[in-house]
Design a protein around this ligand. Structure first.
Ligand code: AMP
Ligand code: ZN
Length: 114
């Protein structure tokens, strides 16, 4: 989608610090980390947010979560635990309108989030 930051990152038009990539998804480090480990996982296809997901996206979501688990194991935070967050819309705190999953790890998370 034109003018979408994460579509441009997915296409390689804007550089990112990549952790993993395949035909469908991309994982890259967040530019403004909120934890010792903070990366984002996005579908390459433009989906505005989790609110736009349908039943047809079930396999994509399974792939995203399995990849998150594998990457966390690879980064050594699989055992200690981690948090996966997707912000939706203005009240949810979403600033980039392309579905992304924050993966935060390496410190003890607080609850509830702000
Ligand atoms: P959200 O506020 O939930 O929409 O999350 C958007 C995230 O994208 C924020 O954590 C930003 O720090 C991150 N971000 C913005 N631009 C970039 C970029 N060029 N590379 C990596 N992460 C980015
Ligand atoms: Zn996009």
């Amino acid at each position: 989608m034109a003018d979408c930051l994460f579509c441009k990152i997915a296409a390689g038009d804007i550089p990112s610090n990549k952790l993993f990539e395949d035909d469908d998804i991309l994982a890259f480090y967040d530019i403004d980390p909120k934890a010792p480990v903070h990366f984002l996982v996005i579908p390459k296809r433009h989906i505005a947010s989790a609110a736009a997901l349908t039943e047809a996206d079930a396999a994509l979501l399974g792939h995203i979560y399995a990849t998150i688990a594998a990457l966390c194991r690879r980064l050594g935070v699989g055992e200690g635990g981690y948090r996966v967050v997707t912000n939706v819309g203005e009240d949810g705190g979403q600033s980039v309108a392309h579905l992304h999953f924050h993966v935060l790890a390496g410190r003890s998370m607080k609850w509830p989030p702000g």
